[in-house]
Design a protein around this ligand. Sequence first.
Ligand code: NAD
Ligand code: DAU
Length: 362
Amino acid sequence: MTTYLVTGGCGFIGSNFIHYMFGKYGDEIRIINLDALTYAGNPENLEDVAGRSNYTFVKADITDKEAVRKVFAENSIDRVVHFAAESHVDRSIVEPELFVKTNVLGTANMLNCAKEAWDNGDGTFHEGRRFLHVSTDEVYGSLPEDNTSFFYETTPYAPHSPYSASKAGSDLLVKAYMDTYKFPANITNCSNNYGPYQFPEKLIPLMINNALNGRSLPVYGDGKNVRDWLYVEDHCRAIDLVIEKGRLFETYNVGGHNEKQNIEIVQTIIDVLREELPDTDPRKAKVTYDLITYVADRKGHDRRYAIAPDKIKKELGWEPETMFREGIRKTIAWYFDHMDWMEHITSGDYMKYYEKMYGDRD
Ligand code: NAD
Ligand code: DAU
């Protein structure tokens, strides 16, 4: 039985990944989920798997050497899938040091503990072990608006935000471990994900939640920044493929040639919400384009991201399966069906966060 140590499994992509893996492999695998439960970690995301005998939750911080060592000492870990990170660009602009601590030092600690546990003592590592570092396309910086340039695995790193700089730092550490120790790892650099369980600080769930509550939809700058959107399940499938079939030490870019301007995304959300809400629903009258409000731009706002997924397609046969129109419908349907989930996470400190980030933007 293959044992996975997943870090950050209570977050957006981590929880989708755990669902995906149990859906695909059932009782053939074991998953240990190590998560510090920051504001972004929500055990409710995994309520349905919590009772499984092949699932264990460990509340711990990835920067905590003793806690991580203990997990490796007490379990024979075959695979590490490292998601845990501070992930929101706007927060990184306000609190950069936390991003360095979690993303850089936390990754260094994960690498060290895995290296120590898997070391054969002769410069080799236990057979078949793999460390997958989940990273982002933001490390490559910003592309011009020409629609002809893309991020390849060979594109030089040029991060701009404290978030992307800290992720670049973590990627470089993984590369250093592979080069120096022949440590068995891979890196995936993925574009913007969307789907169920995403915290409403990110564009898509924030706009859905605001629209349903009749609140204005804050579009940064001119709304023409471009992101390359991927349905989260397609990302999870790519991660599984890279761990199982990817060439060791390689980086794979993951993205779907689905570039959209932010304003198009916001308009699509309004259109789909209007189609889905019944005429009798009092919220419907308020969900209109009038809610769109242009606000002050994000500092250092990257203009365009676009992944070239040629390598993962050629080597592993991966391609996105969920097209945007279908993915956004599924996502909106999920949020409709899980209004209680949204209420739980927006009832505590969320409104304080919202005030702080958006209060003086208008
Ligand atoms: P998220 O913010 O939703 O979840 C992060 C998870 O990590 C949470 O469960 C949180 O509790 C946990 N965590 C944070 N700090 C921790 C610490 N010190 N110790 C242990 N756990 C900690 O993030 P996400 O959007 O699911 O992203 C997951 C990973 O994927 C990140 O590494 C991110 O950089 C990367 N990524 C995200 C996207 C995206 O569009 N969301 C795209 C590409 C790559
Ligand atoms: O590209 C991958 C990255 O995508 C991941 O590494 C990050 O973890 C993830 O947060 C995401 O980063 P972005 O900054 O692209 O995502 P965000 O949802 O914050 O913003 C998407 C775009 O929408 C961006 O151009 C900023 C804009 N935006 C965002 C918010 C929250 C708005 O116009 N208004 C908003 O309120």
